[in-house]
Design a protein around this ligand. Structure first.
Ligand SMILES: NC(=O)c1ccc[n+]([C@@H]2O[C@H](COP(=O)([O-])OP(=O)(O)OC[C@H]3O[C@@H](n4cnc5c(N)ncnc54)[C@H](O)[C@@H]3O)[C@@H](O)[C@H]2O)c1
Length: 356
């Protein structure tokens, strides 16, 4: 198969990054994602994590001994009040969001939070209001947007290289029902795939297609003997109107090595097929070259959490709204809440609205 480069497609070969290099970040909630993804991502691009807040003494011990972080707090309010901390990175479970955002607004400190943004539309709207009133930036780590292939897929659609899309699909086959079987939050919550996980996937459909779902139809299933409380098989149809349909098939039940990710977007002038690693094939009538494999040599994408944090810091520098501001993320929250409701109704169309 012929190859095609990012330069030939007219797509950047790296993620945009802020010019200031010595950003001082304070992390609230030093659990799995903070240690496993945020710390290495920020190290990769040279930003310093100067403080950590967590009520768990083991988390603070780890922050001090393994990562050399000196400013340690059991109460996040003390971290937000610390003058050494310039921006706040909220990495707790979604049960802790609103008061942290309000405290940041009162202290006039910009904040980025892990997904999901909040647990209800009302809570998210209140957080947006606090931030707007205080003039602080409020962003959400929808870091999947900054994974290399998702970023490229977004640009292919935006550049009209496959024409007007009519279908986009994500299929994920994983085994977190085994890997996270004893996780105190994920294995016990009642909305693991629909809300906790799928906000990444519904947000990706919005990002790739540049528009928001109007209504969704979701159906879940479970395996006899599965570990998680919530169903770990999910099928979703998302109706974007104007002849545009999204599809998600996601299971975390696999007891085999045959997992993986398969995505595709089909338009009236071509298609792309891709995964979350390095593989993308484009067949575009606009390019007129037949099916081509993307050649990524020479490109240098940093990890996706550096991407979401980088956009947030760049938004502060440029005085603009972050790409995934709280306001922007509201449509993702409305979609996953509708999806969860649809699944709990056993599969019914549910409109993505303020009322879900
Ligand atoms: N973007 C991604 O790819 C991704 C991946 C995994 C998790 N996440 C999200 O990150 C968030 C955290 O997930 P996790 O897996 O790291 O969770 P976790 O349960 O491993 O860690 C949460 C941490 O928050 C701490 N905490 C609890 N209450 C606190 C408080 N009042 N103040 C400060 N800290 C407090 C806990 O002690 C714990 O250390 C969740 O919202 C999750 O959905 C995102």
């Amino acid at each position: 198969m012929d190859k095609i480069t990012l330069a030939e497609l007219g797509i950047p070969d790296h993620l945009p990054m802020p010019t200031k290099k010595d950003w001082r970040i304070g992390i609230i909630g030093f659990g799995g994602i903070a240690r496993g993804a945020h710390i290495p991502a920020y190290k990769e691009v040279g930003w310093s994590v100067v403080a950590v807040a967590d009520p768990d003494q083991n988390a603070l011990k780890e922050a001090k001994e393994k990562y050399g972080i000196k400013r340690l707090y059991t109460d996040y309010k003390s971290l937000i009040a610390d003058d050494e901390v310039e921006v706040i990175d909220l990495c707790t479970q979604p049960t802790i969001r609103e008061d942290v955002v309000l405290t940041c607004a009162n202290a006039k400190k910009h904040i980025i939070t892990e997904k999901p943004f909040g647990t209800t539309v009302d809570e998210c709207q209140r957080m947006i209001e606090y931030a707007e009133r205080a003039g602080i930036k409020l962003a959400v780590h929808q870091n999947y947007r900054w994974m290399r292939m998702n970023y490229i897929a977004h640009h292919i659609v935006k550049l009209n290289l496959i024409g007007d899309p009519f279908f986009a699909s994500i299929e994920i086959f994983g085994q977190q029902d085994v890997d996270l079987a004893r996780h105190p939050f994920y294995s016990r919550c009642e909305d693991f795939l629909t809300i906790q996980w799928d906000n990444h996937l519904e947000d990706l459909l919005r990002y790739w297609l540049g528009t928001d779902a109007i209504r969704v139809f979701a159906k879940t299933g479970r395996m006899i003997g599965q570990n998680f409380i919530s169903d770990n098989l999910l099928m979703v149809i998302a109706d974007f109107g104007n002849g545009l349909t999204g599809h998600i098939l996601h299971t975390e039940l696999l007891r085999s090595s045959l997992g993986g990710v398969e995505c595709r977007i089909d338009g009236d002038k071509g298609s792309i097929k891709f995964d979350f690693n390095n593989n993308l094939i484009i067949d575009s009538k606009v390019l007129g070259k037949g099916a081509c494999k993307l050649d990524l040599s020479g490109s240098s994408f940093v990890s996706s959490h550096a991407g979401s944090m980088g956009d947030f810091l760049l938004a502060i520098e440029e005085g603009r709204e972050p790409s995934v501001s709280g306001k922007n993320n509201l449509a993702t929250i409305k979609t996953v809440i509708a999806e969860d409701k649809s699944a709990k109704l056993g599969g019914k169309w549910v409109v993505c609205s303020d009322k879900t």
